[in-house]
Design a protein around this ligand. Structure first.
Ligand code: RUQ
Ligand code: CUA
Length: 646
C-alpha cells in the first residue's frame, strides 16, 4: 500500500467529525433530521444511497483499508478453538451461519428457510413438512433462548421476513426442529425471546396490511394494522397477538419478563417512502405483557381472519396493553443494555439514540408521567444510527450507516448531559468514532445481549466491502469486521468477507453451547420415522425391507461404512418411491448420504440419524444410487442399483 493511501485511510475520526459539524462536507447539520429531499441531497437515495459520494462528488468514506497490523489478535492457531460461537443470520440466503470468534472462520451453515443441495434440506420429507413447499426465506435476527438473563444453550430462533415464519434450531444437534407460520403477519422482521426463562418469543410485523387481509383495501391503507405476536418458545405455538396501527421494525425484551418492545418508523401509516418520513417523531411501542395476558385470559380479545389465535386490539391510543414512547425519527434498532435498565432506540433518520429508562415505564402506564418522560438521554452519535450494543463498562456502541462508523459513547455521561445547554457535556459523552468499511448495518458485541456482556469483541456487519477484497464480479461480498473493544480505544483487527447478507449476529461464550456428536434419536424427526416403521412393521435399525402400498414404495435401508444393507431393489415406472435410510455408524462425524442418480434425490444421513426423501420413478432402466459423503476408503464402492421396470 502506498504511503499516501495509508494516510488517507487513517484520517482521524476527529477530523471527519469536525468537518461534519461545520457542515463543510454536506449541507445537513448534525442536529437536522433527514428528510426525503435532504437524503437525496446527501446522496442517500437511489444509486448514491451507499455514501460512495456525497454532494459534489467528494468521497464520504475512505475506500482504502485501515492500517493493518492488528491481525494477530484475531489469529487462532491451527488446531486451537475459538473462544466464542458466533450465530449469524444469512439474510436472503435463508440460512444461519456459525462462525468461530475471534478467528471469524465459518464453521457451519444451517439451512433453515432455503433449499440446500448438500444436506437435502428443503427436499427431504421432514424438511418439506416444516417448510410447506416455501423454499425461499429472509433471515435477519438470530437470538438464543435464555435463563436468568443469559443463554441457556438450548435453542436458537430466527425470523423469516419473506413469509412471516419463525424457526427454531436445537443447539444440541444444530438442526432446525420447528417452524411456525405467523397468522395475519406480513414482513416479520424483529424477533426477541424473553430473557428470564424460555418463555415467549416475540415477533414483529414490519408491513401493515388490511385486517383481515381478504382481498380488499388497496385504497384504504389508513385501516391497515400490524401484529406483535407471542410464540411459546417451548412448544412453538402461537399464543396471542396484539394488533397495533403502526408498523413494527426491531424487537426487544426486558430482563424481567414484564415488557416487550417494538420500534415504529411509520407512525404515519403511509404506503410510500416519502410519506413514511413525514413525522418528526415516531415511537417505541412498549407492550405490557401482564396486562395483555390478563385480557387474553378474560377473553377480551378478537380473532382476525381464519386464525383462531386470540388478538388484543390495541390500535390507536395508549392503553393498559400498549404505550407509545415518542422518539425521533423513523427509529430502527432497539437494544437493552446488560444492566436491564435502558432501552436504546436508534434514530435512523435522526442522528440520535434515545435512552428509555425501563424503570419509569410502570409509572407511565399508570398515567403518573408522560411516556416521553421515560426518555432520559438522547446523545448525538452520527448520521444514520441503526443498532446499539454494549460492553461491561457502561459503554454503548452504535452502528452509524451513513457515516460508516461505530460510535462508542458513555451511557452515564449521555444521561448527565441530557437537557443541559452545555455543549461540552454532550461532546464528552461521545468517546470515539471508528471508521468501518462500509455502510454498517447491524453491530453486536460478545455476550452483549445478556447480563454477562464481557466487552471483548464487537462485530460490524458492513453492507458493502467496495474494493477491500479481490474483485469477484458484479456481486461483491459484504464485510463483517471484527473490532477489539477490550482496550481504551477500539481496534479493527479483521475483515471478514461474507456471502449476502447477514443482518445480525450474536457472539456467545463457547462454554454455554453443548452440542452432541451423535444423533440423539429424539425429537420430532425421529419420532416421525418411528411412526412409519411401526405402521409398516419394520425395525428402523436393521431394516432391509421394501413395503408396497397403493402407489407408494417404501424402501427402508441402513448405512454402515462402506455399505448400504440394501444392494438393489426393483420398482415400477410411475411408482412413488420413499427412501428411508438409518445410519448405523456410531462414530462421530461418520455421515453418509443417499444420492439416486438422475432422480434429483440427494440427502445427508448423519451418524445414528434417519432421513428420507420421496421421488417418482419416471423412466425405465437401471439407476445407481451412491453415498456422496466421503466416509471410508471404499466410499466410491458404497452404492447399489434401482431397477425401474415398465
Ligand atoms: S435489521 S441491519 Cu433486520 Cu438493521 Cu438489517
Ligand atoms: Cu458412506 Cu461415502
Amino acid at each position: 500500500m502506498s504511503k499516501e493511501k495509508l494516510n488517507e485511510s487513517t484520517t482521524s475520526t476527529e477530523e471527519q467529525t469536525s468537518q461534519e459539524e461545520n457542515g463543510s462536507s454536506n449541507n445537513v447539520g448534525r442536529r437536522t433530521f433527514l428528510t426525503a429531499s435532504s437524503l437525496a441531497g446527501l446522496g442517500v437515495i437511489g444509486s448514491q444511497l451507499l455514501g460512495c459520494e456525497r454532494k459534489g462528488g467528494a468521497p464520504a468514506v475512505r475506500t482504502i483499508p485501515a492500517a493493518a497490523g492488528h491481525a494477530n489478535k484475531s489469529h487462532v492457531p491451527p488446531g486451537k478453538h475459538d473462544d466464542y460461537y458466533g450465530f449469524w443470520s444469512g439474510g436472503q440466503s435463508g440460512e444461519i451461519r456459525i462462525l468461530g470468534v475471534p478467528s471469524m472462520r465459518e464453521l457451519k451453515r444451517i439451512p433453515v428457510f432455503n433449499a440446500d443441495a448438500a444436506t437435502g434440506w428443503g427436499f427431504t420429507d421432514y424438511s418439506k413438512r416444516l417448510l410447506g413447499g416455501v423454499l425461499t426465506g429472509d433471515t435477519h435476527h438470530v437470538h438464543l433462548s435464555y435463563k436468568d438473563g443469559t443463554y441457556d444453550g438450548r435453542y436458537a430462533y430466527v425470523n423469516d421476513k419473506a413469509s412471516a415464519r419463525l424457526a427454531r434450531v436445537r443447539l444440541d444437534t444444530f438442526e432446525v426442529d420447528a417452524i411456525v407460520s405467523l397468522p395475519n403477519s406480513n414482513g416479520t422482521h424483529g424477533i426477541f425471546p424473553q430473557r428470564h426463562k424460555t418463555g415467549y418469543v416475540f415477533t414483529n410485523s414490519e408491513f401493515r396490511t388490511p385486517m383481515p387481509n381478504n382481498g380488499t383495501g388497496m385504497d384504504k391503507p389508513e385501516t391497515y394494522g400490524a401484529m406483535h405476536t407471542a410464540v411459546d418458545g417451548e412448544t412453538m405455538q402461537v399464543k396471542w397477538q396484539v394488533l397495533v396501527e403502526g408498523n413494527m421494525d426491531l424487537c426487544a425484551t426486558d430482563y424481567q419478563g414484564k415488557y416487550s418492545f417494538a420500534t415504529c418508523y411509520n407512525s404515519e401509516g403511509a404506503v410510500t417512502l416519502e410519506k413514511m418520513m413525514g413525522n418528526e417523531r415516531d415511537h417505541l411501542y412498549v407492550f405490557n405483557i401482564e396486562n395483555i395476558e390478563k385480557a387474553v385470559k378474560a377473553g377480551k380479545t378478537i380473532t382476525v381472519g381464519t386464525s383462531k389465535v386470540p388478538v388484543v386490539d390495541a390500535r390507536g391510543k395508549d392503553s393498559a396493553y400498549v404505550m407509545r414512547v415518542p422518539v425521533p425519527k423513523s427509529p430502527h434498532g432497539v437494544n437493552i443494555d446488560p444492566t436491564g435498565r435502558y432501552a436504546m432506540v436508534s434514530g435512523k433518520l435522526s442522528p440520535t439514540v434515545s435512552v428509555v429508562d425501563i424503570s419509569k415505564l410502570a409509572a407511565a402506564f399508570e398515567g403518573k408521567i408522560k411516556p416521553r418522560d421515560c426518555v432520559i438521554a438522547e446523545p448525538e452519535v452520527g448520521l444514520g444510527p441503526l443498532h446499539t450494543c454494549f460492553d461491561n463498562r457502561g459503554n454503548a456502541y452504535t452502528s452509524i450507516f451513513i457515516d460508516s462508523v461505530i460510535t462508542k459513547w458513555s451511557i452515564a455521561k449521555a444521561i448527565e448531559a441530557y437537557g443541559k445547554k452545555d455543549k461540552k457535556a454532550a461532546t464528552a459523552a461521545i468517546l470515539e468514532k471508528l471508521p468501518v468499511h462500509f455502510q454498517v448495518g447491524h453491530t453486536n458485541a460478545s455476550m452483549s445481549e445478556t447480563k454477562d456482556a464481557d466487552g471483548k469483541w464487537l462485530i460490524a456487519l458492513c453492507k458493502f466491502s467496495k474494493d477491500r477484497f479481490l474483485n469477484v464480479g458484479l456481486l461483491h461480498p459484504e464485510n463483517d469486521q471484527l473490532i477489539d473493544i477490550s482496550g481504551a480505544k477500539m481496534e479493527l483487527v479483521h475483515d471478514g468477507p461474507t456471502y449476502p447478507e447477514p443482518h445480525d449476529c450474536v457472539v456467545v461464550k463457547k462454554d454455554l453451547i453443548r452440542p452432541v456428536k451423535l444423533d440423539p434419536r429424539t425429537g420430532a424427526q425421529y419420532t416421525l420415522y418411528q411412526q412409519w416403521a411401526k405402521e409398516d412393521g419394520v425395525d428402523l435399525l436393521t431394516a432391509n425391507v421394501i413395503k408396497r402400498k397403493k402407489g407408494l414404495v417404501r424402501v427402508y435401508m441402513t448405512s454402515k461404512a462402506p455399505k448400504f444393507n440394501t444392494t438393489h431393489f426393483t420398482v415400477k415406472k410411475g411408482d412413488t418411491v420413499q427412501i428411508i435410510v438409518t445410519n448405523q455408524d456410531n462414530v462421530e462425524d461418520l455421515s453418509h448420504g443417499f444420492c439416486m442418480t438422475h432422480h434429483d434425490v440427494n440427502f445427508l444421513v448423519n451418524a445414528r440419524a434417519t432421513n428420507s426423501m420421496t421421488f417418482v420413478a419416471k423412466k425405465e432402466g437401471v439407476f445407481w444410487y451412491y453415498c456422496p459423503w466421503f466416509c471410508h476408503a471404499l466410499h466410491l464402492e458404497m452404492r447399489g442399483r434401482m431397477l425401474v421396470t415398465a
